[in-house]
Write a protein that binds this ligand. Sequence first.
Ligand code: HEM
Ligand code: HEM
Length: 135
Amino acid sequence: MNITTGALFGILVIFFYLLTILNYLVKLINRKYGKRMKSHEKGYRVYTGFMKFIIKKHRLFGAAALLFLIIHIIIQYNAYQYLSQTGAAAASVLLLQVILGIYGSKKGMGKTRKWLYYHRTVAVLLPVVIAVHVF
Ligand code: HEM
Ligand code: HEM
């Protein structure tokens, strides 16, 4: 396997990260523009279908990001023979995010949703550490 394959798996991690944060965005758009969108019944049905898909598959997308990260690490470590420090930082934050997600899934959406604030905060932090690694 060559180095570009390694980069590809890094890009896949970013792609699935983007799908996970859509979970927040689709709901936000629905909250803000849902009423207006409803006037186009057909279009709104398509939108809610998309929204439900994004919410339902959220955990799967998060797990996929982690899976591709593991592949990325294996390939890059073999290609470069060193453990990227910025990569390790980004990976730690992503791992923390997955753990928070699993914790939240077990805890549920009850009254004390402190975990969700952390989960959202880490979602914002993640692209920052990824950018440091990639650029
Ligand atoms: C969330 C975690 C990570 C993401 C999203 C990610 C993403 C990427 C991407 C997109 C590239 C290609 C950059 C380019 O070709 O310009 C890359 C390069 C690289 N990654 Fe990662 N990566 C992550 C974690 C890691 C980890 C934990 C390691 C440790 C082995 C690592 C090692 C590398 C290496 C060695 C390169 C190539 C050289 C460099 O840019 O430093 N990455 N990564
Ligand atoms: C890259 C990884 C991930 C990112 C960036 C991420 C991001 C987010 C964001 C931004 C929200 C807020 C959505 C809202 O405000 O309603 C959220 C909600 C949530 N996340 Fe994640 N997440 C990730 C992985 C996971 C994983 C792996 C799990 C569980 C296994 C998980 C479980 C949840 C749960 C249960 C919610 C509550 C709302 C809902 O179910 O839609 N997340 N996530």
